[in-house]
Design a protein around this ligand. Sequence first.
Ligand SMILES: [Zn+2]
Length: 266
Amino acid sequence: MIKMKTKKNILTILPAVTLVLIGLFTVYIILSSYFYAKPEEPEREISSADTIQVVQSVSSEAVSSEDNTSPSGLDEAFSELILVNAQNPLPEDYAVPELAEIPAQYLNGELTQISKDVLPFLLAMIEAASRDGVNLLVRSPYRSYDTQTMLFNNQVQKEINKGYSRQQAEINAATVVARPGTSEHQTGLAVDINSTASTFENTAEFQWMQEHCAEYGFIMRYPENKTEITGIIYEPWHYRFVGINTAKEISSLGICLEEYFSIKGE
Ligand SMILES: [Zn+2]
C-alpha cells in the first residue's frame, strides 16, 4: 500500500514538476538571449587622443564654474601661491616639482616638461584654442637651475659683447633673463607660448591668450605697464599658472602677481 501510494503521488506531482521545469527553462532562454544580444564593447587601445579627451572633460568642468569656490581639486592645490622674482628667489634646497611630459605635437622647443598638476590645464587651453583655429605651442616650460644658469650666462655674454662691464652686463641681463633661482620656469608653473619675440603681441595667438588664458588658470606674468614692479621686461609670451580663481581675480583687477601678493598680504 505504501509503495502504491508513493507511486501514485509521484504520478500526481510529475506534471507539475514538468511545468515548473519548462517555466524555468523559458526564463533562462529569455534572460540569456537578452544578455547575449548586447554587442560587446570592442577592445580599445589607450592613445594620447584618449588622454586628451579625458583631460578636456575634467578641465571643461573646472572652467565652466563661475563662482568663487574652487572648481576642482587641482585648482585647490594652488590656493597657496608662490611668488618668485629677484626679491623672492627660490630657496637653494627648492625641490624639483613633480613633472610631466607635454605631448610633442604641442611643443616648439627643446624643453618638454611642466608641473604634473598644471599639465591638464595647459592641454585644455591648447585644445580650446585649437578649436578656435588658434595654434598655441609651448616654447619653454620647466627649466632646471642649470638650464637657467646657462641662459643667464648667455645673456650676460651678449651684454658684455655690447661693451658693458661684467657687473653692468649682469644687471642688464637680469631684466631679460631671470637670474638662476629667480625664474618661474624653475617651478614648472610657467610657460612661454609660441615665441619670445615682442612681435608675438601682434598675433591671433596672443589675442586669444588675452581673452581666455585666465579661464584655464594662467596669467600674463609680465605686463607692459608693470615692468617697474615685476623688474622684468614686457613679455607677452610668458604665462604663469596660478589657478583659475586667482587668474580670474588678477585679470579682472588688472594687476600683476606682485601687486596681488601685497593686496592679499594686508
Ligand atoms: Zn618665460
